[in-house]
Design a binder for this molecule. Sequence first.
Ligand SMILES: Nc1ncnc2c1ncn2[C@@H]1O[C@H](COP(=O)(O)OP(=O)(O)OP(=O)(O)O)[C@@H](O)[C@H]1O
Length: 279
Amino acid sequence: MLKIENLHATVADKPILKGLSLAINAGEIHAIMGPNGAGKSTLSYVLGGRPGYEVTEGSVTFSPLPLAGGVGGGSVSAAPNLDMPSPDPSRKREGDLDLLALDPHERAAAGLFLGFQYPVEIPGVSNVQFLRESLNAQRKARGQEPLSGGDFLKLAREKAGLLKMDMDMLKRPVNVGFSGGEKKRNEMVQMGILDPRLAILDETDSGLDIDALRTVGDGINAIMRKPDKAVLLITHYQRLLDYVQPDFVHVLAGGRIVKSGGPELAHELEEHGYAEVVA
Ligand SMILES: Nc1ncnc2c1ncn2[C@@H]1O[C@H](COP(=O)(O)OP(=O)(O)OP(=O)(O)O)[C@@H](O)[C@H]1O
């Protein structure tokens, strides 16, 4: 689903990613851990297409539609309508997208979701407005009809319920005055409504209390643990991985993946730290 090859990226002319390679298949959950400043958020921003993050080398291929007989093979909704946003013919390979050539909204329409480490506040725009506009923009890009107000509210109620979030919060301006944990939970409600193929979740566990951690973990599993979906989970601690069990754990240090393993690697890191891996 996602193939990152030899990715190099700079921020403010400073090289941060230095030859990062990683492959994620449909149906898999990958966790990325690593020391502060290693480049984890930079990776998520580069994949999301944040301005100011310049890719200087390497490629990222996003294949949200499983090939016939390929890995995963679950049911897939309508393909992104690449004729609409992209003037570049090199982008028109069905099911196999040059992610870095797409604008952020095109990446989202293709099925990519980024859960921010620091979710932004949008004063004056209610959660409901924001999410309905976002969802219908994505549906339009995929050639689907917009969801009616009633159908949207039903969907929003269902996803808010999954994350145990009061519907009143969805009527408030996006994240304005939300506590740290509420913002993270709100990100997951957004993810539930947008129903992406690939979710990159940057420290979604930070700021969550013990009960909220379980609720969010259950929510991630309910929304994303499907044969045609995948998750890249950036975290510092094992605790979220107790609820969302990864198939693979990677250590990102110095702008590259320096070690990969199974779920046991997270336990080893928690016990011994990064010294042995990063040395
Ligand atoms: N605008 C910027 N100008 C200069 N350096 C930057 C800028 N943005 C990020 N960096 C640097 O890039 C490096 C990687 O940052 P990044 O946020 O990707 O790390 P991280 O692995 O997510 O860290 P943490 O675990 O602390 O969240 C850091 O050294 C950071 O200071």
